[in-house]
Design a binder for this molecule. Structure first.
Ligand SMILES: Cc1cc2nc3c(=O)[nH]c(=O)nc-3n(C[C@H](O)[C@H](O)[C@H](O)COP(=O)(O)O)c2cc1C
Length: 328
C-alpha cells in the first residue's frame, strides 16, 4: 500500500525531533531510515566512544532519548506511536522501529514536552540560588517512573559529598589516562569550528567556578583557552543532585533509561530547570559498582546529574537531517 504524504511528513518531523536528543559529548550516535510507513532508529556504532563506552551503554542512552523525541513528535502531530524496541536480536544496532498508528489528539503534556525539544540544553557550571520546587522534583521522578527508571534524589549531605568526591576521582583518573583523555578531546569543537557534532567551546566556562561540594566537569578545553563568556556562568550553587537508575542493566534498560532521561529533562526545561551531567564515574566499572551498592540500593546508575535554574543560553549543534536520514 502507498504511504500517504501526510505520514511521510510526520515521520520526517519525527527525525527532525530525534536529532535534538542529548548524547555523550554530542556524538549523536544515531541514524534513521524511513521505509514506507515505518521509521527505523539505528545506533551508529562508528560514533560510539571506544574507551569511554566499550559496552555501548551511553550510546543506547542517547538513542533512547532520541526515541522519546520521536514518540513525542508522532503524538504531537496526531498519531499514536507504535514502537518495537530492539526488535531483532540479529541486528543489534536496530534500536527501534516506529510506526504512525491510529489518529489521536495530542494531550497538553505531549504538546508541552514537544515544544521543549529544541530549547533544552546541557548546562556545565553552577546554578543560581533559585530553588527547584519539591513538587517539580516529585513530578520529574514520576516522569522517570513512567519509562521504567527511577530518579534517586540525593538529599543527604554525606551522599552528595561521596558522589562529588567520586566524580572528582574519576575525572582525575581520566585526565591521567592519555588515550581516554584524548578520546574526550576529539569530541571538543574548537572555537569557530564548522563541525556539526561535538561539544561547542561556548558550552562551558573558561574558568570553572567551584560549587560546594564541587562536581568536576569534563575537560573539553584540554589546555586551550576555550570556553564561553564567563558572565554566563557566574552562579555557584550545586543544585539538586540526582542519579537515574534502572533495575536491570542490559540493552533494553539502557534504551529505557534514555527515554526516561529525556522525558524528565523536557519536563524540567518546561519549568525553567536545566541539568548538568557528570558521568565520568559511570565509565569506570569499579566506581559504577560501588555507586550501585552504596548509593543506589543495588539498582544500576545510568546518569548522574545536577538540576537547577540557570540563565545561560549556550548554543547547540546537530548534524543536518540529510546526513542522518535515508529514505527508501
Ligand atoms: C549518556 C550521556 C552522558 C553524558 N555525560 C556528560 C558529562 O559527563 N558531562 C557533560 O558535560 N555532559 C554530558 N552529557 C551531555 C552531552 O554533552 C550533551 O547532551 C551534548 O553535548 C549535546 O548538547 P545538548 O544536551 O546541550 O543538546 C551526557 C549526555 C548523555 C546522553
Amino acid at each position: 500500500m502507498e504511504t500517504s504524504p501526510e505520514i511521510t511528513s510526520v515521520l520526517r518531523a519525527a527525525v527532525e525531533a530525534g536529532r535534538w536528543a542529548p548524547s555523550v559529548h554530542n556524538t549523536q550516535p544515531w541514524s534513521f531510515v524511513i521505509d514506507g510507513s515505518e521509521l527505523a532508529l539505528r545506533a551508529d556504532d562508528e560514533r560510539r566512544l571506544r574507551l569511554g563506552d566499550a559496552t555501548g551503554r551511553q550510546m543506547l542512552i542517547g538513542c533512547g532519548a532520541a526515541l522519546l523525541n520521536v514518540r513525542l513528535a508522532l503524538r504531537a502531530l496526531g498519531h499514536e506511536p507504535v514502537v518495537r524496541v530492539l526488535p531483532d536480536p540479529d541486528r543489534p544496532v536496530l534500536v527501534a522501529i516506529v510506526r504512525a498508528g491510529q489518529a489521536v489528539t495530542a494531550d497538553d503534556d505531549t504538546r508541552l514536552l514537544y515544544a521543549e525539544i529544541e530549547r533544552r540544553r546541557t548546562h556545565r557550571a553552577g546554578f543560581t540560588d533559585l530553588p527547584v520546587p519539591d513538587r517539580l522534583l516529585r513530578a520529574l521522578a514520576a516522569r522517570a517512573g513512567t519509562e521504567d527508571a527511577h530518579l534517586h534524589l540525593v538529599s543527604s549531605e554525606a551522599e552528595t559529598r561521596i558522589l562529588a568526591q567520586i566524580t572528582g576521582a574519576a575525572q582525575d583518573a581520566l585526565s591521567r589516562d592519555r588515550p581516554a583523555d584524548l578520546e574526550v578531546a576529539r569530541w571538543a569543537r574548537r572555537p569557530g569550528s564548522g563541525r556539526t557534532d561535538g561539544v561547542p567551546a561556548t558550552g562551558y566556562p573558561r574558568e570553572p567556578r567551584v560549587t560546594r561540594p564541587h562536581f568536576a566537569q569534563r575537560d573539553y578545553a584540554h589546555g586551550h583557552p576555550w570556553g564561553g563568556d564567563d558572565d554566563q556562568f557566574f552562579s555557584t550553587s550545586t543544585g539538586v543532585v540526582a542519579i537515574l537508575t534502572t533495575s536491570g542493566d542490559r540493552r533494553p534498560d539502557w534504551v529505557g533509561a534514555g527515554q526516561a532521561l529525556q522525558r524528565l529533562l523536557l519536563h524540567a526545561c518546561a519549568h525553567g530547570v536545566s541539568a548538568a551531567f557528570h558521568t565520568q564515574a559511570l565509565e569506570n566499572p569499579h566506581l559504577r559498582a560501588f555507586l550501585s551498592e552504596e548509593l543506589c540500593a543495588g539498582r544500576h546508575p545510568q546518569m548522574i546529574m545536577r538540576l537547577g535554574v540557570t540563565f545561560d543560553g549556550s548554543s547547540a549543534v546537530r548534524r543536518p537531517v540529510g546526513d542522518i536520514l535515508d529514505e527508501r
